[in-house]
Design a protein around this ligand. Sequence first.
Ligand code: BF8
Ligand code: SF4
Length: 631
Amino acid sequence: MSGNESRFERQTITKDGQLLLRKAETDQVETAWDRHQAQAPQCGYCEMGLSCRICSMGPCRIDPFGEGPRKGVCGADADIIVARNLGRMIAAGAASHSDHGRDLVEVLAKVAEGRAPGYAVRDAEKLKRLAAEYGISTEGKTENRIAGELAHAMQEDYGTRKERLQLLNRAPQKRREIWDRLGITPRGIDRETSEMMHRTHMGVDNDWQSLLLHGMRNALSDGWGGSLIASEVSDILFGTPKPVASRVNLGVLKEDHVNILVHGHNPIVSEAILEACQSPGLLSLAHEKGAKGINLAGLCCTGNELLMRKGIPMAGNHLMTELALVTGAVEMVIVDYQCIMPALGEVAKCYHTRMISTSDKARFPGMEHREFHPESASETARGLVEEAVENYGRRYGNGVYLPVKPVELLAGFCVESVLEALGGSPGPLIDAIKAGKIRGAAGVVGCNNPKIRHDHGHVTLTRRLIENDILVLGTGCAAVANAKAGLEMVEASRLAGPGLREVCGALGIPPVLHFGSCVDNVRILVLAAGLANALGTDISDLPVAGAAPEWYSEKAVAIGTYFVASGVTTVLGPTPPVTGSLNVVKLLTEGLRDAVGATFAVEPDPEKAAVFIRRHIEGRREALGLPFVKV
Ligand code: BF8
Ligand code: SF4
């Protein structure tokens, strides 16, 4: 960065972000960046993971340097406190993904019973494949019966009656043996989270290593359990993604249309809203009100869900959610849960935007609550879209501010669509990796965080990786960042190294593949497992890596942990709150190599993170006896 950049340029690399930050200042709208600044200096004990408020003998803190306390009131030392705090972060992340998955399974069960009229099985093939994986015979059974039995079997994965989760069978044999040996094979999705909360209660598990091992088991219950179920059942109910062209950034909003944004994570709500937006009656109402149509766009991961399956445009990622309202062009924002800043209702008050919450478990100040239930989702959705249309005429006097043009992208990549692009088998991908045309692959995933220049971490790291012939698979807000930067267009392969450029050109794919929402990180894992199985090896032997350059959320901690526990070395941008315990830091960054064949690394500078990943991938290639390729 040069010294001449404006404050807004230092906050975000995106043009729409910079311009809307300026407007937010004019409109006196407070944003996450302002509130982050107001928090300075943030608590050093908490940053290091050294504060504990688990029980009411506390709160306690450990002084890592001076004469202050070395133990909490109960006697917990820095190692225990740091490990307990990290364990609870993993538990919260795993719970969030897995509860989202549960909601989908419940809709699937209701579809089977004919009690969810707005929903249906859209991918019957996938339903049958999943049923087979769960040992459910499909012969002579109706789709609904299979759906009911599959939903029931998946619900059992949530409970505690089993010794291991069903879909762990997708992982390579060697990997499953590692998990068994370490005693971290997840048994039940809810069980592992519940056990983490138990272990971290005062006076239960006070061995920091055993806490961290359970942290991996808890995270695996998310990655090979709750998140995987969420992705797969979303495909069954709404269709498995296929490559689809769309557009991204705040320029997808349209001045002459009714603009509705969906925000959150679960496609149960956003798919119903999409259907309502396409209803002829509501479209003619929009015309009557003087609008040219109804424009639905997404924010964050529910936006990714609609983008992946239906090509619905994406307005922005996490740090753009407040700024989307500042355009003054949004008639309604409909939210479900996760990553929805409680500040949004307050921002909306400055404009005409109506804010609607829909989930019984997610309420927000300044939002109207309209609860969605599978039995009546279509009516609720139509009612809301009608109200959004009515709101079109109420835009504030000084009009709307949409200063950027949208960027094109190709989304819709998943295991199935990648295999299809490869002609039905992973063979051509494996050949390209063996020949060194593609050196390896990296999952660049995760959030935005006002501690990091918005989108800079994602885009810089991704550019460097593709320049070095490393294929990038993106999810969540990272995928949106790269799309805004133009890296998810087929034409972006000109930015890639010669080998990756050639492969992308031959397959007609971008060098950065949009792999969906955050629960879809499991698609990357399943693809990696498929490659390892095809090579007769383990995931940790593959030339692959993970990165979360701008992570903020507990879900990201769970994802990072199940990536590492599954054998994928992962680089984090922001430092997690673990530096108060050198033992924990050493285990996460070194010790895990012997245990699971992968580690965490922390590198806030994306240029250096790219070098780390390149070295890691080259090391894995060398170990596999693959040629070193000079770019
Ligand atoms: O699940 S990447 S900010 S929106 S947590 Fe949230 Fe992070 Fe975005 Fe999606 Ni994922
Ligand atoms: Fe303090 Fe121990 Fe209670 Fe934590 S659990 S607040 S360290 S007494």
